[in-house]
Design a protein around this ligand. Structure first.
Ligand code: 5CA
Length: 444
């Protein structure tokens, strides 16, 4: 992409309404625009980031054996009356009346709808287990939408739902999602720690939140330090095998959000391993058994002919929140520092002397080569002065910058800068392109 053809409305001033770094940087980098409290447009740069996050989530869901589908944003109120949550959900639910005076709502989550889908097609234990997900916009009329996309009212969520014959089988589905989440967040360069959590309006008695440690996080959390740097299981994990030992490794050590925190148990953690911090919840998994299947009569026939409500769990990832969470975890005073896997463009090309023939030709050569290598470059071919190009490239945080100007070219070199370390190297254009090609991996 060429800057001259793109839409990149970066801001020089820091918007006054933004209280935390990620919100400020998303506005300044031209990623989002607020349309109403907690409701955002995703401008081209932000939308690319959102799509990259979504794609990693999708790949890891598929790898874990979940099957993608798509449910609508608008739901009929009847379903929620059946489960008993229509009144219980309260003011957070955006209620809508259609022209026929039918009660509708903008879905805050989809347990009811998927339970209804399941019961209309599945009747026998032979069809179990089933694990289905979608990636769809949700609406929750939060009392205090804040921190930009981190606590929005409209937000993008991946939500998966599992159906199993009994609790033991449901635990296996829970474990699949648990392990898939560890790999998902690791691929995004995030250290997410699973912590025991309150189940809130979703229900049930087993739940973990996946938490990124950050001073600006909304939740107070307590955990064993060793959990923070524990490596993810990796993409080679066998999802059809026994995942319990991998889950146990993480759940044996103390980790809890403040709602379920047990001070006495925490004191048993050796003092130098006790971590009390703040965190951002990027995902949550729930096992709630028959909470929805029982009132909604989602039953299956067992081998002995008896009928039983199916055992369920649900599994959410805050796709749009993660855009903010990654920036919160990875930025400096100059701007965002994208991990390679999430970066909207992998390389930024800076033309130091717009109009100079040799510089233009070298930039074009680099651009073509990087496009061919699948590195999705953003070429700053604008008429801005070099200083403005540098600071804008730092602000939008592309992992690599390729800086090309007449002086270097005379010596046969271009400059390459790594955004994260600030390290610069002067290389021939060919060597610079080779170096960039070698970085084109989305490692876990
Ligand atoms: N039905 C369950 C699991 S599918 C559910 O709704 N879980 S949840 O309430 O925990 O939401 C899942 C994830 O969505 C959260 O972990 C969080 O990352 C994200 N999320 C929740 N509320 C918001 C919000 N207001 N703004 C942005 N992201 C949110």
């Amino acid at each position: 992409m060429r800057v001259s053809k793109y839409f990149l409305p970066t801001l020089k001033e820091t918007p006054s309404e933004a209280q935390i770094a990620s919100h400020r940087l998303m506005l300044r980098a031209g990623m989002v625009r607020q349309e109403a409290a907690g409701i955002y447009s995703w401008l081209p740069l932000g939308f690319k980031v959102l799509q990259n996050i979504e794609q990693i989530v999708r790949e890891e869901q598929n790898r874990a054996g979940a099957v993608e589908m798509l449910m609508p944003t608008i739901q009929p109120a009847e379903l929620w009356k059946e489960s008993g949550r229509y009144d219980a959900y309260g003011k957070e639910m955006l209620r809508i009346t259609d022209r026929h005076k039918r009660e509708m709502l903008y879905g805050p989550t989809n347990e009811e709808m998927l339970t209804a889908i399941f019961r209309s097609f599945c009747r026998s234990y032979k069809e179990l287990p089933k694990l289905l997900y979608h990636i769809q916009w949700k609406f929750r009329d939060e009392v205090r939408p804040r921190f930009g996309v981190m606590r929005g009212r409209e937000f993008l969520m991946k939500d998966a739902y599992s159906f199993d014959v009994d609790e033991a089988a449901a635990r296996r589905s829970y474990n699949r999602m648990f392990i898939a989440y560890l790999n998902t967040f690791a691929r995004m360069g995030l250290k997410a720690v699973p912590m025991r959590a309150e189940t809130g309006p979703i229900g049930g008695d087993l739940s973990h939140e996946f938490i990124i440690l950050a001073d600006t996080g909304e939740s107070a959390v307590f955990c064993h330090k060793d959990l923070v740097d524990m490596p993810a299981p990796g993409l080679g994990v066998d999802f059809d095998g026994d995942l319990q030992p991998l889950v146990d490794e993480r759940t044996a050590l103390y980790a809890a959000t403040e709602d379920v925190h047990d001070e006495a148990a925490f004191m048993e953690v050796p003092e130098d391993k006790r971590l009390s911090a703040r965190g951002i919840e990027v995902g949550q998994v729930f096992y709630f058994g028959t909470k929805y299947s029982e009132p909604m009569r989602a039953n299956v026939t067992l081998a002995d002919g008896s009928e039983q409500p199916v055992h369920m769990g649900s599994y959410g990832v805050g796709v749009s929140r993660i855009a903010g969470a990654i920036i919160e975890a990875s930025h400096d005073e100059d701007g965002i520092i994208w991990p390679m896997a999430i970066a909207p463009f992998k390389v930024g090309i800076i033309n130091l002397r717009q109009g100079d023939e040799a510089t233009g030709a070298a930039c074009e050569e680099a651009y073509t080569a990087l496009v061919e290598a699948g590195l999705d470059p953003l070429y700053d071919d604008s008429d801005n002065r070099a200083g403005a190009k540098f600071s804008r490239m730092d602000l939008i945080g592309l992992p690599w910058q390729l800086i090309i100007g007449p002086r270097g070219l005379k010596e046969g070199t271009v400059e390459i800068k790594e955004r994260a370390s600030g390290e610069r190297q002067n290389l021939s254009l060919e060597a610079a392109l080779n170096l960039l090609r070698s970085k084109n991996v989305s490692a876990i």
